[in-house]
Design a protein around this ligand. Structure first.
Ligand code: NOJ
Ligand code: CA
Length: 700
């Protein structure tokens, strides 16, 4: 859906052989583009007169042709666009896309090559891409390297995760250029994943300059190309693109004409602007799905956390590791008795969802193949239309329907993407036949084909193919271990959420410090919503049974706040129904909180420290507010001046009680009601690792 309610496009063309300049609509940003003595394109960017990127080279190398030197500027074109569009779901009902654009047309070399560099400068920052038209001497390119440089002006603070071709499930380091090597050196290499080593990092990453400028670096619209990592020169304070290769060292096989993904920098001297920016979405293509009425934001519970706790529960039905999906007669295998994806247990979740107005129930471990799912020597792991004998799919389908609850499908592929493509049509048909409209996909382990990586071109193509086919079947997707998002949910709004970062599951595997959810919105979330799986009420792992120790670094009230600070149209309530029954008054907030918004206001923010955000429900006049902090307790003082003047509201505050603390007293929360209006100020008590959530309901 894309309805421009205001659209003005000004066109001006100028042919020049000289350097080209562009400013953003307000004039805050200024860009210069030129070619150097070797004919290599160079760009630089300033924000309010201060350098963001100093003279940095651009170029691409392919086996067939070099697009890195020998160019002259043939001409430039500029235009201005100001339009507003309506996403199917999101943080805002209306998104303004207002930018000035510069296209620099380059020519040169023998044989002659042509390339356009397109720059879009908004008041949020810069996006640019390489556009490669069909060449006189080449229709196809084998891209070996993209040499996009980002030279920065100082030893900035940075928040980043190590370069890895296969996973982004890392904690962020808070470091500087100078200390980066040390910071990354402490990371353990993921078992089956490919770490780049050295000082390569992933995007989205964030920097802060000594004088308080914030810079988010990422990419938009990753289609038909490999994901971009960044090689960091810690002495020169510079970065250079590092595309994820295939086993031949090739980064992308492209057919001309071709546009690369946008390289993006969101920049501001106010941290809240980084969170509010919709620039990455704006740089993506409009929605490709004509009828979007079937795309429905949702909350869900699921047979999931049981497998992460100390209760020894398994996704697998049996303990026989020789069992083969499609070959073994599972009805003849004994159950291991620790398989929660069974009919009776699933009904409990359905009953719970129905009683509490939760839209869906996810069930993991329902299908054949989990006995040996982590094996490296796998060929086929799963069948996506074969339930285990103790999961009565038809009965559960009808039962869920009778209760008004949607079942959510689970397709763990164990990274056998080839086999998933073979089964895809059958799997999606099976879903629709059985009343499933949404699927959580997963790619745990090493990719098949073995030569590929989770973020190489092949897997980027795979993920985009799956989302496109899913749209044909009217299926919504929540993908785990897929290439990190780059705003493609604008084009495919059936891509409700992705994991693609270290999520809540790690609370059972070493934990996520509270700063983690204070940095994710500044980094990973700039690409799109995350299925973080909030809602953990019982944080002490030992209470679940034997086998696990440790504790999630969060208070209960903070878990409520995450529904606001980690916005997603597909939001899980991850804990067990019995834990929610124990804290039914707090669970009321999860029942009430929407997952789709008319408006959002970032009220307080500092990366990895704290975030306070207010959002207006898309379908009512009610507002919701969430505030989180790191391990430092704080009092969030927020003015409610975003409320309409003269209207009355009642705020229900869920906050850490005095004495609450993630470690010693995580379940100490208090709930209070206050009458408020646009002149009110709220003080919210946030404990160490804590948070607060507020429902602000309009009253007559
Ligand atoms: C990893 C996913 O992130 C997690 O949510 C899921 O439960 C497991 N894979 C099993 O598919
Ligand atoms: Ca995962």
């Amino acid at each position: 859906m894309r309805i421009g309610i205001l659209s003005s496009v000004l066109l001006a063309a100028a042919t020049t052989a000289a350097a080209a300049d562009l400013t953003s609509p307000s004039g805050a940003f200024a860009l210069t583009v030129d070619v150097d003595g070797a004919g290599t394109p160079v760009y630089s960017l300033t924000y309010k007169g201060k350098p963001v990127v100093t003279g940095s080279h651009l170029g691409l190398t392919a086996d067939e042709m070099d697009f890195g030197k020998g160019f002259r500027i043939e001409g430039t074109e500029t235009r201005s666009v100001d339009e507003t569009w309506q996403p199917v779901w999101g943080e805002y009902a209306n998104i303004r896309d207002h930018y000035n654009e510069l296209a620099v047309n380059l020519k040169g070399g023998t044989p002659e090559r042509v390339m356009t560099l397109r720059f879009r400068l908004s008041d949020d920052g810069l996006g640019f891409r390489y556009e490669l038209p069909r060449q006189d001497n080449a229709n196809y390119l084998t891209v070996r390297d993209e040499a996009t440089e980002f030279n920065f002006s100082g030893d900035h603070t940075m928040w980043c995760i190590p370069g890895d071709y296969d996973t982004d499930e890392y904690l962020f380091s808070e470091t500087t250029f100078s200390d980066l090597e040390k910071a990354l050196g402490s990371y353990r290499r993921h078992s089956e994943a490919q770490r780049t080593g050295g000082t390569t990092i992933q995007t989205p990453m964030l920097m802060k300059t000594a004088d308080g400028m914030y810079i988010n670096l990422h990419e938009a619209a990753l289609v038909g190309y490999a994901a971009m990592l960044l090689d960091v020169d810690t002495k020169k304070h510079s970065m250079r693109s590092h595309l994820v290769p295939d086993c031949h060292g090739v980064k992308a096989y492209i057919q001309l004409p071709f546009n690369t993904p946008w390289r993006t920098m969101i920049v501001s001297d106010d941290a809240r602007d980084i969170l509010a920016s919709q620039m990455v979405l704006n740089l993506n293509e409009p929605c490709k799905i004509e009828d979007t009425s079937w795309i429905k934001p949702m909350k869900f519970v699921g047979v999931w956390w049981e497998m992460f706790t100390g209760t020894q529960k398994t996704w697998a039905y049996s303990d026989d590791y020789r069992a083969k999906p499609g070959v073994t007669d599972y009805s003849k295998l004994p159950s291991n008795g620790r398989h929660p994806a069974n009919t009776e247990n699933v009904k409990k979740y359905i009953d719970f969802a129905a009683a509490h107005g939760i839209d869906g129930v996810l069930v993991e471990g329902w299908n054949e193949g989990w006995e040996d799912w982590c094996s490296y020597r796998k060929n086929r792991q799963f069948l996506f239309d074969k339930p285990y004998p103790d999961f009565d799919l038809e009965h559960l389908r009808d039962y869920a329907k009778s209760k008004g609850v949607k079942m959510i499908m689970h397709h763990e592929t164990a990274a056998n993407a080839v086999d998933y493509e073979r089964q895809l049509e059958r799997a999606f048909t099976f879903m629709k036949e059985n009343n499933y409209d949404a699927v959580k996909t997963g790619y745990v382990g090493a990719i098949i084909p073995r030569s590929e990586h989770h973020t190489s071109q092949w897997m980027v193509d795979h993920a985009n193919y799956v989302i496109d086919r899913a749209a044909d079947y009217k299926i919504m997707i929540d993908s785990h271990e897929a290439p990190r998002p780059t705003g493609l949910c604008r084009t495919y709004p059936n891509w409700l959420a992705q994991e693609s970062a270290r999520g809540g599951e790690f609370e059972s595997m070493g934990g996520n410090p509270p700063s983690h959810t204070c940095i994710l919105p500044f980094t990973r979330l700039k690409g799109g919503p995350m299925d973080y799986t909030p809602g953990l009420f019982e944080t002490r792992l030992s209470t679940y049974g034997e086998g696990k120790t440790g504790q999630a670094m969060t208070t209960l009230a903070r878990q409520l706040a995450l529904y606001l600070t980690m916005p997603s149209p597909m939001q899980m309530a991850c804990d067990l129904p019995e834990n929610y029954e124990r804290f039914a008054d707090a669970f009321k907030f999860i029942e009430d909180v929407p997952v789709d918004w008319k408006d959002s206001r970032y009220l307080e923010a500092e990366p990895a420290r704290y975030i306070t955000v207010a959002r207006q429900d898309k379908h009512s006049d009610d507002w919701y507010l969430g505030a989180i902090t790191d391990e430092t307790p704080r009092m969030a003082t927020v003015s409610l001046d975003f409320l309409p003047k003269g209207e009355k509201f009642v705020a229900t505050v869920y906050e850490d009680a005095p004495g609450a603390d993630w470690k010693e007293n995580p379940q100490a929360y208090r709930i209070r009601e206050v009458k408020v209006n646009s002149k009110s100020k709220l003080k919210l008590n946030l404990a160490s690792g804590g948070g607060a959530a507020v429902k602000i309901k309009k009253v007559n």
